[in-house]
Design a protein around this ligand. Structure first.
Ligand SMILES: Cc1cc2nc3c(=O)[nH]c(=O)nc-3n(C[C@H](O)[C@H](O)[C@H](O)COP(=O)(O)O)c2cc1C
Length: 391
């Protein structure tokens, strides 16, 4: 009897899979197997405890996303260095004391059917020294055009070689802590104009030493981090790198630049390429405003995929599994990250799998989840009743 029930369940699952055969095809990232192609991207929520440790609210949030059916969840972004705590309640991993909370978070995500991942960040010049309580550091002492408007005392200084060595070790030590806590994939945040993006881009890196000038020099810190992680951890964890395929600023990185960049990252140990876009000066692209239309940046990911041998993830206003299916089936990307639409309805994947697309609560792209711009103490969602506005 039990056999018969299981057989019926298998047949049901097979039938359901026919709706989205590309989405529900498993894939390996490094040595980590993913059950389908849907990713939850890094999504800063301000749900941590005040000291940056994992809170019950954070665990509840990620558990709900995991139960909803996506394959890979990037928690974070999580801060690797104590001088870059850019928000009051940003997640932190700059000390061993964070390991136990993260261990609980990662094991809960795994119990609920998704692969736990974490995105590692240093905010570089895109922060406020009034909040971090430290000098902002960057490859070059060029203020962020956006953040410098918010504080007359905004100040950024050029990193010394000792700073570079410290930050490199911070990323590597953070990865070792994440691995100790049971993470399966780490993502190096080299997108959106944060520190590692600042090094990579001729737009923000004017250094004259071994870390500036040629591509070989601008990419050196990222390569050293990737190689450092590999030498400490082997292939125990997979490594994703998030890049801005187009920075959308004059003199910034363009998709064609990645023809040279991607082979270097792959050679240094990258297992997955996560293609986003933008820096703070082009912030309306990072979290695409609705007037940019649906799936505005898939073609950028598709161009970068031509230069890559590892799986490539695309992101940006992808709101349904049918959109994801057509992106993957057309060969433009291997993985699809869905952020806001999964926050609006944690069950987006499972409802689609079950043919209940008409029950999905639609994301209106209202921007209320972006607590950094609403001024609310943490993110909320106007369509998801379990993410009410904080009082
Ligand atoms: C509230 C919020 C927080 C975000 N936090 C991060 C982050 O910490 N790291 C990151 O790389 N991207 C972050 N993003 C960008 C998302 O990962 C994603 O690339 C973007 O929202 C576009 O995808 P979507 O249209 O599916 O939401 C954030 C986006 C939102 C809305």
């Amino acid at each position: 009897m039990e056999n018969k029930t299981n057989q019926l369940k298998d047949i049901d699952t097979m039938k359901e899979k026919i709706n989205y055969p590309y989405v529900f095809d498993s894939i390996d990232v490094g040595e980590i197997n993913l059950k389908n192609r849907i990713v939850f991207p890094a999504y800063h929520s301000n749900f941590s405890n005040a000291d940056g440790s994992v809170s019950d609210k954070l665990i509840d949030f990620y558990n709900a996303i995991a139960k909803g059916g996506c394959a890979l969840i990037f928690t974070g972004a999580i801060v690797v260095s104590s001088d870059s705590v850019a928000f009051d309640r940003v997640m932190r991993i700059d000390d061993d004391r964070y390991i136990s909370g993260l261990s609980k978070l990662f094991s809960e995500i795994e119990k609920n059917g998704a692969v736990p991942a974490v995105q590692l960040i240093h905010y570089g010049r895109q922060a406020l020294n009034a909040v971090t309580g430290h000098d902002l550091i960057a490859p070059s002492a060029i203020p962020c055009p956006l953040m410098s408007q918010f504080d007359p005392n905004y100040h950024v200084r050029e990193m010394t070689l000792a700073d570079i060595e410290r930050v490199r070790n911070d990323f590597i030590n953070a990865t070792v802590r994440a691995a100790d806590a049971g993470v399966k994939v780490v993502e190096i945040h080299a997108a959106h104009g944060y520190l590692l993006n600042e090094f990579l881009s001729p737009y923000s890196n004017y250094r004259k030493d071994d870390y500036g000038g040629s591509l070989e020099n601008r990419i050196r810190l990222i390569v050293e981090i990737l190689e450092g992680i590999r030498s400490k951890l082997g292939s125990k964890i997979a490594i994703s790198v998030r890049v801005s395929g187009d920075e959308f600023v004059d003199g910034g990185l363009k998709p064609s630049d990645y023809k040279e960049i991607i082979p270097i990252l792959e050679h240094a140990g990258m297992d997955m390429l996560d293609v986003s876009v933008g820096v703070y000066e082009s912030a309306e692209k990072i979290i695409p405003a609705p007037d940019l239309g649906k799936e505005p940046f898939v073609d950028i990911a598709a161009e970068l995929k031509q230069y890559a041998t590892v799986p490539v993830c695309t992101v940006g206003s992808i709101l349904s599994l049918s959109a994801a299916e057509s992106i993957i089936s057309s060969g433009k990307a291997d993985l699809v990250a869905i952020g806001r639409a999964q926050v609006a309805d944690y069950e987006l994947v499972n409802k689609s799998l079950a043919g209940r697309e008409n029950e999905i609560r639609q994301c209106t792209q209202c921007g209320k989840c972006i607590s950094a711009s609403t001024g609310d103490p943490e993110m909320y969602c106007i369509v998801n009743p379990s993410l009410k506005r904080p009082k």
